[in-house]
Design a binder for this molecule. Structure first.
Ligand code: APR
Length: 383
């Protein structure tokens, strides 16, 4: 017996895709390696672009984020020459972000998928994918007319495609972030980016009682080296609290090191295997685009798979790469630009001084040029 689409992975990509397919009458099954509680408890991104909110709203998936999400329309930059706020909701296309913790979105998507009658099996690890056949560790094979690889960056789908000869383009930004989740109310209205010669520090308001912080750290840093004390002291230094006022502190709930790397698969699918989300490429977190690209790709793939399965028309699938990649690359271009804005050179030679001066010239341009601000706003919120 063969299902329409076997979806591997119940992250944002797989769950949005599954919900959209069910809505269009396409039968599918989702196989997820981890337990439901683990999937629903994983705190990750939280920034939804206007496009993502539109996709979720148009498909009946936005009740939770409408009720509990918060709108962000400003961000703040801080450096050794003061601070300024960009009111990006009034610049560019006038779009804003909706901040809604990803685990809550995932919870909503799981609940809605099950309510629509979808099949979702947790604790099922896919070992191998070949020609529509998905092998589950210690279980039975599942065969689909198509397989959607939504199993993240280290998943089997990506590996299978690369083994077939698909190439990747890759960039290592050379820096890492200590990502901290603190049980502390936000200290700024929304997002704050601090440039400092000791490295970048970031503040992202999440909820009334939880805030995410980032500290640039050397590659290979062990999070255990960072005690709560050291985290708050370093944040205070880089965020220049002596000048701008203290941060509201609280217990650290989670800390992890993220390496800033990006890559894009040249072609996100072929034949019966099609990829969406992190499986199709990784984007550095510097502009919070990851989850939004996952939603975009799930939306495009849902349309293409529906056409293929209900009308036998594979032209949408053939066009999937051409439709998705230009938008994916726009996001990468901006994310790369943003990374250059946030991270100065680490050492103190002549080249480092040059690099730092460029960093500040870029920031100064953003502070003073309305054209530059419009460009920023359009790309910061756009997908
Ligand atoms: N078999 C079954 N499931 C698997 C397997 C496997 N072999 N390997 C991975 N998975 C599951 C993971 O357990 C995870 O739940 O696939 C899911 C992949 O989900 P994500 O990593 O969240 O990836 P994706 O849905 O593409 O979301 C991408 O969301 O978290 C944000 O910004 C982040 O860019 C990221 C975006």
């Amino acid at each position: 017996e063969q299902v329409g689409v076997v979806i591997v992975g119940a992250g944002p990509a797989g769950l949005v895709l599954g919900n959209l397919l069910l809505d269009r009458g396409v039968d599918c099954v989702i196989l997820e390696r981890r337990a439901r509680a683990a999937v629903e408890g994983r705190a990750r991104a939280g920034f939804l672009a206007a496009h993502s909110v539109r996709v979720l709203t148009d498909n009946g998936l936005a009740a939770g984020l409408r009720a509990r999400g918060r709108t962000h329309a400003t961000c703040l930059f801080r450096g050794d020459r003061g601070e300024f706020t960009l009111d990006y909701g009034r610049l560019g296309r006038g779009e804003v972000h909706t901040v809604y913790p990803q685990q809550e979105l995932v919870r909503d998507l799981v609940a809605e998928y099950l309510r629509r009658g979808g099949e979702l099996w947790f604790g099922q690890e896919v070992e191998e994918i070949s020609a529509g056949r998905v092998r589950v560790r210690g279980g039975q094979d599942v065969t689909g007319r198509y397989v959607a690889g939504c199993d993240g960056h280290r998943g089997v789908a990506r590996r299978a495609l690369i083994a077939q000869g698909t190439r990747t383009s890759r960039w290592d930004h050379g820096v890492s972030w200590l990502a901290v989740l603190a049980e502390a109310p936000p200290s700024m209205a929304a997002v704050g980016y601090a440039l400092h010669e000791r490295g970048f520090a970031g503040h992202m308001a999440r909820t009334a009682s939880v805030t995410r912080y980032y500290l640039q750290c050397p590659r290979g840093t062990d999070p255990a080296e960072w005690s709560e004390d050291r985290i708050w002291t370093e944040l205070a230094t880089r965020m220049r609290t002596a000048e701008f006022g203290p941060l509201r502190q609280g217990p650290v709930l989670e800390k992890a090191v993220v390496d800033l790397r990006s890559d894009v698969l040249e072609s996100p699918g072929a034949g019966r295997l099609w990829l969406a989300g992190d499986a199709a490429g990784l984007i550095s977190p510097s502009a919070a685009k990851g989850a939004n690209l996952a939603v975009l790709q799930a939306e495009l793939l849902a349309h293409a798979l529906t056409e293929a399965l209900t009308r036998g028309d594979e032209t949408g699938l053939a066009r999937y790469a051409a439709d998705a990649l230009p938008r994916v690359w726009r996001a990468h271009e901006f994310s790369h630009w943003m990374s250059g804005l946030l991270h100065g050179p680490a050492d103190d030679g002549a080249e480092a001084r040059y690099g730092r001066a460029l960093q500040y010239a870029r920031l100064e341009s953003l502070r003073t040029s309305r054209t530059h601000q419009d460009y920023f706003a359009e790309n910061y919120t756009g997908i």
